[in-house]
Design a protein around this ligand. Structure first.
Ligand SMILES: [Zn+2]
Length: 379
């Protein structure tokens, strides 16, 4: 976007109108359209979604999110129908915006369910910088889970099995690259689901990966992701046996909590001479529920598991990829409840419990400093 347009745009009073998003957040048109980053930040998650409105009128006028790839990728807002365009106020920029005919895959009201099912085709790349802290691994995990919509559970669809999750994560890995421009997929290994018939093939894949990362230079590393079967911990060292493979992983536990059976572990690894198994250069782990939804704390796992037992439909927003307007706390879970959604918050500290919630939404809240057991869930 060139400067000239920006100046003209920000001088326009109508840009104070807000877009209301289906998740209850809102942002001014000015803020949304101010940069390519902001367009992506606010609009990417709602590409193809219905339920967005412009509040220049009451009730709001339906709008949609389009994506343009030429000359460069950008997201934009357009009136849901041609007739809707004229319903915007005179000074609303969406009234005068070029009416972009929706492309074939933007047509029609896509439901949230449909979105949940669709592949993560519009994800732009995540570029990660390797740091000794390993924080990039957590970011990468959250990104992969979010872009492949593995952070949402919908009882309408078959339960996720290991194969389905592995396939989705492999697709998501294609959208991650390192600052040296190497793709995660070039460095990646996640064991195939073990079956007796595939034993030879699976063992061979593990050996090939181990050979690729056998330490002979700074580039000899790979990234592995697997489910923890067991952890043998000795002081600050642990040997992790992984599900679906015989290859063990050696990790150092400094400040992080040791991974537990059933956790997902992701690690940048190499194979050291004279050592069996792989050695983690950095690692991160998190628990997942039965439906493979990441839980970021034990309380969260309690809540999400209880929702799953009730066969609920919900989304788990992951902090590094979830964008809401600045002063709204990221909910621990968004429950789809009949026709509405309920934002669920877990207070882990007294400070959090003391903060009023600013979400303009139906909310549910669990103050864990006062109540150790899960409060009653919405009916
Ligand atoms: Zn409007």
């Amino acid at each position: 976007m060139n400067k000239k347009t920006l100046t003209k745009v920000s001088g326009d009073a109508g840009l104070d109108y807000k877009i209301h998003f289906p998740d209850g957040t809102r942002a001014t048109i000015q803020n949304i359209l101010s940069s390519i980053e902001n367009r992506r930040r606010y609009l990417q998650n709602f590409h193809k979604a219905s339920g967005l409105t412009c509040d220049c009128q009451t009730p709001g006028v339906p709008v949609r999110v389009g994506r343009r790839q030429i000359p460069s990728e950008t997201y934009y807002l357009y009136p849901a129908t041609h007739a809707d365009r004229l319903r915007h106020k005179e000074d609303c920029p969406l009234r005068t915006a070029d009416h972009q005919r929706p492309g074939p895959h933007e047509q029609g009201a896509e439901t949230l369910d449909k979105t949940l099912e669709s592949e993560a085709e519009e994800s732009t790349d995540l570029v990660v910088h390797i740091e000794a802290s390993g924080a990039y691994l957590t970011k990468m995990m959250e990104w992969m889970w979010s872009t492949s919509l593995l952070n949402a559970r919908n009882p309408k669809y078959a339960p996720r099995d290991y194969d389905a999750v592995r396939k989705k994560l492999l697709q998501a890995a294609a959208t991650v690259r390192f600052t040296n421009d190497e793709r995660l997929t070039e460095k990646w290994w996640m064991p195939q689901r073990f079956t007796k018939g595939k034993k030879v093939e699976i063992n061979q894949a593990a050996r090939t990966f181990a050979e690729q990362v056998a330490e002979q230079g700074p580039d000899r590393w790979g990234v592995m992701i697997a489910k923890v079967r067991a952890a043998r911990i000795q002081k600050k060292q642990a040997t992790i046996s992984l599900a679906h493979t015989m290859l063990d992983l050696h990790i150092t536990i400094d400040t992080a909590t040791a991974p537990k059976p059933g956790d997902i572990i992701i690690a940048r690894v190499c194979k050291r001479a004279g050592e069996s198994g792989l050695t983690a250069l950095e690692w991160a782990a998190f628990p997942v529920t039965e439906a493979w939804i990441p839980a970021l704390s034990e309380h969260e796992r309690t809540l999400l598991s209880a929702l799953e037992e009730r066969n609920a439909s919900y989304v788990k927003p992951l902090p590094t990829t979830w964008h809401v307007n600045e002063d709204i706390r990221v909910p621990n879970c968004i429950l789809r409840h009949h026709e509405h959604s309920i934002w669920m918050f877990i207070d882990e500290t007294q400070d959090q419990a003391d903060q009023p919630l600013k979400a303009q939404r139906k909310t549910w809240r669990w103050n864990t400093t006062q109540f150790s057991t899960l409060p009653e869930l919405p009916n």
